[in-house]
Design a protein around this ligand. Structure first.
Ligand SMILES: Cc1cc2nc3c(=O)[nH]c(=O)nc-3n(C[C@H](O)[C@H](O)[C@H](O)COP(=O)(O)OP(=O)(O)OC[C@H]3O[C@@H](n4cnc5c(N)ncnc54)[C@H](O)[C@@H]3O)c2cc1C
Length: 474
């Protein structure tokens, strides 16, 4: 029997597993997709908001602020990037300037560092801000991360310390029998944590009538090729409205730029991008930005926010079913809040149930992924002398070697799909979007996993064309 079973391997489930792996506990994570970070965690603006925006008195306000302060140390521990870019919230009218006053009050009340500047001063720092911008609120504690890298790293380290992850495992039934939960008739657990994103209500309904209902709110994006910090240096927010934070311009840790998202309810919890949504982003972004380099646009994507009808995060042990814990309604700022939510769930709800349990004496830390772009020629030569596969470039756009791809496959929580490799070391993230390298990646997966090319699980993006090409090449 497991002590704790976590449903969902997004950033919440994975950080929970990571935190619990420090204790002598038997922990299991169940994930229906064939990799971690395949829900909202894999498709968002990738920002650690400062905490200036959520409504006073909400859990969102509390956890965003605390999470923002925890992120730099968490990223250092997991050996993933955290870049303190800072952000500008910009106003383009008197009404928006008044809305900005409310945000300034939040900053004062929450002790969030800020500075106010006029439009001309802001344009000195960010020359591509629209000429309509009259005022900017600078928020230097805003940061950017790669949310799926944080999630993968957290799960890798959790597994190095004994956590079990079952991928491709969809929770379809749960019953409570005496002091234990039985999931799909084959998992027994004392404590069950529900972090199933847009499906938290479906999970809860398996045990009782859910006290909340989830609606998916879609956000779409344009992705621009690596612009090396030349288009924007800070995150640029418009002044928020009833629909949320609005359409942003965001630099990423990998030097791309994102424009988006929109915010539209969708009945289908697995919905894709639409031309209407992207057109809306093009219109809205013109209010805050100019000189948009559409000729460098390489990709579009969409993510789904798990919005619950209670309009705030819902984080508590169930009031009717002992040992069933809800971590629900984790829409934005869910990434920013994740470390603080997890700390409270672990210290406040889970660990008091295991009062005798002690922290492990020995804890294993993960090693970072090998990033050859950041290495000197001497370091690269040394790597190649140890394994010539580091000299074989597979992805020409992002300059990723066969050695790097082997590394991300042969780890705990390693990649088993084309998309899994792409999310960990980026072949397919560049200008050609995998047109050249995907058959090669498939072949390397087949070699390393000792499977036939046809047997490698195709993910959302993998296609039979690549299977055919990879087979032809063998
Ligand atoms: C467009 C958009 C922009 C955003 N921008 C930001 C931002 O910049 N900053 C920020 O702080 N937040 C942002 N967010 C919010 C953030 O992405 C989410 O709050 C966060 O990723 C939620 O993480 P999670 O682990 O709760 O859920 P998810 O990442 O959705 O994970 C839930 C997991 O549960 C699994 N699951 C579901 N049902 C089952 C089942 N029956 N059996 C097994 N597994 C199951 C799913 O497959 C999924 O992997 C944004 C969200 C969106 C959509």
């Amino acid at each position: 029997m497991y002590d704790i079973t976590i449903i969902g391997a997004g950033i919440i489930g994975s950080l929970l597993a990571h935190s619990l792996s420090k204790f002598d506990l038997k922990v299991l994570v169940l994930e229906k997709e064939n990799d971690v970070a395949e829900g909202a965690t894999g498709a968002n603006s990738a920002m650690v908001h400062s905490g200036h925006d959520p409504k006073p008195g909400t859990l969102k306000a509390k956890y965003n602020l605390l999470g923002n302060r925890m992120f730099p140390d968490l990223c250092k521990q997991l050996q993933v990037e955290y870049v303190p870019t800072g952000a500008y919230v910009v106003a383009t009218s008197k009404e928006e300037e008044e809305t900005m006053d409310g945000l300034i009050k939040n900053c004062e009340d929450r002790r969030i560092p800020y500075e106010v500047m006029d439009g001309d001063t802001a344009r000195i720092h960010e020359p591509n801000l629209s000429d309509n911008v009259t005022k900017a609120l600078s928020l230097p504690t805003t940061g950017i991360i790669c949310p799926w890298e944080v999630t993968i790293a957290a799960m890798e380290e959790a597994m190095l310390n004994g956590v079990e992850l079952r991928l491709g495992y969809k929770v379809e039934s749960i019953r409570k029998q005496d002091d234990r939960f039985i999931v799909n008739d084959d998992v027994e657990t004392k404590v069950l944590v529900n972090c199933a994103g847009v499906h938290v209500d479906d999970i809860t309904n398996m045990l009782r009538v859910s006290p909340y209902k989830v609606e998916a709110r879609k956000g779409e994006y344009f992705v621009f090729d690596r612009l090396n910090g030349k288009y924007i240096k800070h995150v640029i927010y418009p002044t928020p409205s009833v629909k949320g934070k609005g359409v942003l311009a965001v630099p990423t840790v990998h030097e791309n730029v994102l424009l988006g998202p929109n915010s539209d309810f969708t009945a289908d919890k697995d919905d894709n991008t639409t031309s209407d949504g992207l057109e809306y982003i093009r219109r809205e972004i013109n209010k805050t930005m100019k000189n948009i380099p559409y000729n460098k646009m390489i990709h579009t994507f969409a993510g789904l926010r798990p919005h619950i009808d209670l309009n705030d995060f819902y984080i508590q042990e169930d009031d009717q079913i002992e040992n069933f814990i809800h971590v629900a309604g984790i829409e934005s700022p869910g990434i920013s809040s994740a470390p603080a939510i997890v700390k409270d769930v672990v210290e406040g709800i889970i660990m008091p149930k295991f009062a005798e349990c002690r922290a492990k004496e020995e804890y294993v830390h993960r090693k970072p992924f090998i990033d050859m772009r950041k290495m000197s020629d001497e370091q690269i030569n040394e790597l190649i002398s140890k394994d010539p596969d580091f000299g074989k470039i597979i992805c020409r756009c992002e300059k990723i070697s066969k050695g790097q791809i082997k590394d991300v496959i042969n780890r705990k929580c390693g990649a088993t799909t084309i998309r899994g490799v792409k999310m960990r070391c980026r072949p397919g993230m560049g200008r050609c979007q995998g047109g050249f390298c995907e058959p090669e990646v498939l072949k390397i997966l087949s070699e390393q996993l000792h499977q036939n090319v046809e047997d490698i699980k195709l993910d959302k993006e993998g296609s039979n064309v690549f299977v055919a090409l990879a087979k032809e090449d063998l």
